[in-house]
Design a binder for this molecule. Structure first.
Ligand SMILES: C[S@@+](CC[C@H](N)C(=O)[O-])C[C@H]1O[C@@H](n2cnc3c(N)ncnc32)[C@H](O)[C@@H]1O
Length: 186
């Protein structure tokens, strides 16, 4: 997804946040009573080939614990467990996404390796993460940067489409027109 497209998606999210009808979907259908607060960015899935490239870029292994911050339908943690035997944790503020992710997990054989938590990613304890994946927004990456930099030495970060401003990535890669970025915590 291009930056412009995701910004457009953000505008749609704003419409939803303002309580106006968006694409005929009632707000109540998107957000249940257990919603913590409105999402900072709407759900747009990472294409599967980009998911695979992100996990490969981070050299995910069975011993890793992969946190996807804003995990949507759960595809990144589930793929990390299925392809590499890693543990996966998905964090999403939207309970509808958590329900979808758990339904997708139930169709796999890695239910014991993956969990989804209905939390605000800015409040989540990331201390056990060895890999963090992101597909958020440039502004959210910048807000998250201090929390990421406080992670243990060697933790790998991969972001789809959005960089970290003045924190230069160690690697970048183009995948079907998408850019992915990689950092390690020093
Ligand atoms: C662009 S989607 C990315 C989904 C998934 N990571 C992927 O790459 O396919 C962003 C997700 O972040 C979630 N989200 C937005 N703000 C959040 C917050 N503050 N805490 C947790 N999740 C959030 C949204 O509900 C949405 O599912």
């Amino acid at each position: 997804m291009r930056v412009r497209d995701l910004r457009m998606a953000g505008a749609v999210a704003l419409v939803i946040m303002m309580g106006l009808p968006a694409a005929g979907v009632p707000v109540a259908a998107q957000q249940s009573a257990t919603t913590l607060r409105e999402p900072d960015v709407i759900y747009v899935p990472t294409p599967e080939e980009v998911v695979d490239a992100m996990l490969a870029m981070a050299s995910v292994r069975a011993k890793d614990v992969v946190y996807d911050l804003g995990s949507g339908d759960g595809r990144i943690p589930i793929r990390a467990a299925e392809k590499y035997g890693a543990r996966g944790v998905g964090i999403d503020i939207n309970p509808v996404r958590i329900k979808e992710a758990n339904e997708n997990l139930a169709k796999t054989k890695v239910g014991d390796k993956v969990k989804f938590l209905n939390q605000d990613l800015f409040e989540t304890d990331l201390s056990e993460a060895t890999v963090v994946t992101l597909y958020l927004l440039d502004t959210l990456n910048l807000k998250l940067m201090p929390k990421l930099k406080a992670l243990r030495k060697g933790t790998r970060i991969v972001s789809h489409s959005f960089d970290m401003g003045e924190w230069p990535p160690e690697k970048t890669q183009k995948v079907n027109g998408r850019t992915i970025y990689y950092w390690t915590i020093k």
